[in-house]
Design a protein around this ligand. Sequence first.
Ligand SMILES: Nc1ncnc2c1ncn2[C@@H]1O[C@H](COP(=O)(O)OP(=O)(O)O)[C@@H](O)[C@H]1O
Ligand SMILES: [Mg+2]
Length: 217
Amino acid sequence: MAILLKNIHKSFGHVNVLRGIDLEIPDNKVFCIVGASGAGKTTLLHIMGTIEKPDQGEVLYNGVSVFGQSDKQLSIFRNKHIGFIFQFHHLLPEFTALENVCIPALISGQNRKETEEHAAEILQKLGLEERLQHKPAALSGGEQQRVAVARSLINNPDVILADEPSGNLDSDNARDLHELFFKLKEDFGQTFVIITHNDDLADLSDQKITMKDGLLI
Ligand SMILES: Nc1ncnc2c1ncn2[C@@H]1O[C@H](COP(=O)(O)OP(=O)(O)O)[C@@H](O)[C@H]1O
Ligand SMILES: [Mg+2]
C-alpha cells in the first residue's frame, strides 16, 4: 500500500510539533525517518498509523483518505492493514510469546486454533520455534523484539510502522532485525516505515527522509 500525507499539522498545547508535512511513501519499500529527538518523528508515525489525528491535513492509503471514517471503522482498518513495532516491545508480560502474537488476530475475531497455528509458523520463521511458550521476561532483548515483529505480522498487514525498533538492541541483534525487515519486504511485499537512529539501517533503506523541528529537510 502506498501512503500519502498532505499538509499535516499537529500541536500539543502551544507546541507546534508538526508544521506542514507532505510525504509520499511508495509501496513495497523500506522507508526510513531519521532526525534528532523531539523533531516530531513519533507523532508523525502515529498520525500515519491512524493512532493519532492531525489538526490539519490528510492521510491517504492507496488514494483513500482515512480520517473520514468513524473511530470504530478506523480501528478495524488499522487492525487489518497496519502492523506496529515499538521501541520497547510492549509485549504483555503475563502472556507467552505465542499468545502475544495471537492477540491482534483474536481481537479481529479470527479462529483461535488457526491463529495459533499461523502464529507458530511466523515465530518459527523468525527463529523462535523453541520459545513459543516462554513469557517475555524469559526472552532476550533480541527475542522479545522478534516476538513483537511476529505480532505485527499476524494479520498480514500491508504496512508495518516501526518506532526505533532496534534502539535497545546490541549491534548483532540490530543487524539481524534489519535483515529481517528487508527479507519480509521481499517475501510479502510489505511497506515498511521505520524511525531509526541506526545509520546502517538508514543507509540500507530504499528511501530516507530527515525531520527537523516538525518539518522535513
Ligand atoms: N501527547 C503529547 N502531549 C504533549 N506533547 C507531546 C506529546 N507527544 C509529543 N509531544 C511533544 O512533541 C514533540 C515531538 O515529540 P515526538 O513526536 O515524540 O518526537 P521524536 O519522536 O522525534 O523524538 C516533543 O517536544 C514532545 O515533547
Ligand atoms: Mg520518538
